[in-house]
Design a binder for this molecule. Structure first.
Ligand SMILES: *Cc1c(COP(=O)(O)O)cnc(C)c1O
Length: 478
């Protein structure tokens, strides 16, 4: 299988060639030339597989240039009930992504039982194993540089800690993360993880990362890479749990289900779109947004209008506080009939005017694509958390509450609707307390987290100083 860029300006490449890269050199995103197809027969034959076996089967369709036995080894070392064991008491962790029914046709897919208690661990843990394997074959090394406001950074650090050939330099805004998030990241003791608290905002930290990435000589000399949400291996790894959810929810090969997905950068729900295109029977993909409703607006009107930072709100579902959705381009590429010239035209327009509007054929294709959207406010989240607790004795985090709200608004009668749980309530104690009057339970092993010693270097958002920090650690590791 070959991968091409959504902008059409780079030669086709294989899975292991593109997974270490972020953006393609022409500014586009890598996509497979065609989506692999899974017949109903194959789908039925997957019913007996455990999660690691299912992940192997799905990944093998995307990673044609890797041995199946290598993929199996990576998946079996990643998807274990020792890694994904931090959820609710009494959960069957052997399923890795257990499906829990709240009502006859409404279920929650538990994706947040990994080490950082959020769904990003599902793909990131696999990425850690994959990168280590690829680097050892190439006898190469990688310095991952990123900026985080919380979730992505911790998921990356927990996935990469102790891995050979990999160092992580994670910039975070000093004093602006929750105590839990800080403790999670800064208490990591592994020598290959460097936490840098930048005196400034998340945007200041992000600007430093962008400036370093623009220095192509520095980037090449120090093997700088990224693990952000546009990484193809992350997207492909997320496709697996849509298959798992469907297999758990249905008994017959033709039954269609719906998914409701708390969305930000559009990576999670894009994986659902890909699963649907591969042949998974999916009736509906419900995009759940909070007050940052770029995606809601698009699916209502065909107009994609990105926001500036003054119009990006801080909400109680912070991981969905986005001004633009970085993976959205991959979906639009499909909607434009995989035409890179049209994608380039639309993104040029976006660069100039801050928005684009699809033409009527494209908009019709959006409406036929199975996507729909709903938005929630803080009050909606609080009510949903309380009601879900009172009705089902099931405590959800604010992001998952946005997903349940959207499901409630958009779901079709008689169609099983699965809401993806993107974080555990323990990560958002203040909002949970506001909703139900008590603090969420802390998973076993995390009680002492807040009192562990922390390791972090505070620095100014100064590009040269941060480059110097990185290059000296790179030399030490060489
Ligand atoms: C990252 C994240 C999201 C958004 O996922 P996308 O793939 O960016 O759409 C939602 N909820 C939580 C808790 C997250 O960490």
């Amino acid at each position: 299988m070959q991968y091409v860029s959504t902008r059409g300006g780079v030669p086709a490449a294989t899975y292991s060639e593109i997974v270490l890269q972020g953006l393609a050199k022409d500014g586009g995103l890598f996509v497979p030339k065609e989506y692999p197809q899974v017949s109903r027969e194959t789908l039925e034959s997957w019913r007996g597989l455990n999660y690691a076996q299912l992940a192997t089967a799905v990944t093998s369709l995307f990673a044609k240039d890797m041995n199946r036995s290598t993929i199996a080894h990576l998946c079996e070392s990643t998807y274990t009930s020792e890694v994904y064991c931090h959820g609710r008491e009494g959960t069957d962790f052997s399923k890795i992504v257990p499906l829990v029914w709240l009502e006859k046709d409404l279920a929650i897919l538990e994706l947040s039982n990994g080490p950082t208690l959020a769904f990003k661990d599902m793909a990131m843990q696999y990425l850690g194993a994959l990168f280590e394997y690829i680097l050892s074959r190439k006898e190469s090394r990688l310095n991952i540089l990123g900026a985080t406001s919380g979730d992505t950074g911790s998921a990356a650090e927990y996935a990469m800690r102790g891995r050979k050939g990999i160092q992580v330099f994670m910039l975070s805004p000093a004093g602006r993360m929750s105590a839990f998030q800080k403790a999670q990241m800064y208490s990591i003791e592994d020598k290959n993880i460097f936490n840098i608290a930048v005196r400034g905002s998340f945007d200041d930290a992000q600007d430093v990362v962008k400036a370093v990435s623009r220095d192509l000589d520095f980037k090449a000399e120090h093997h700088i890479g990224a693990v952000n949400s546009i990484n193809w291996a992350r997207i492909a790894a997320q496709v697996v749990y849509y298959f798992s959810a469907w297999l758990q929810a249905t008994e017959s090969p033709d039954e269609e289900v719906a998914f409701s997905v708390p969305s930000g950068n559009f990576g999670d729900i894009l994986a659902g779109w890909i699963a649907k295109n591969m042949g998974l029977p999916v009736k509906q993909l419900i995009v759940a947004t909070n007050e940052n409703d770029v995606l809601y607006e698009f699916f209502r009107s065909g107009r994609y209008r990105v926001r500036d930072s003054a119009h990006t709100f801080v909400t109680s579902s912070p991981s969905m506080d986005i001004s633009k959705a970085s993976n959205f381009e991959r979906y639009i590429y499909d909607i434009c009939g995989k035409n890179p010239n049209r994608v380039t035209e639309l993104w040029d327009e976006l660069g100039q005017k801050g928005e684009f509007l699809l033409d009527s054929d494209e908009w019709n294709r959006v409406k036929e694509s199975g996507f729909t959207a709903a938005r929630s406010t803080h009050a909606d989240r609080i009510r949903r958390i309380r009601e879900t607790w009172e009705k089902h004795q099931f405590l959800v985090d604010p992001h998952t509450a946005d997903g349940l709200n959207a499901a409630e608004q958009m779901r079709l009668p008689g169609v099983k609707t699965i809401c993806l749980e993107t974080a555990l309530p323990a990560k958002f104690a203040a909002t949970i307390k506001e909703a139900v009057g008590f603090e969420p339970p802390i998973p076993a092993g995390y009680e002492a987290l807040l009192s562990l010693p922390q390791r972090v270097t505070e620095m100014d958002p100064n590009v040269e100083e941060i480059k110097a920090f990185l290059s000296s650690r790179d030399r030490d590791a060489e």
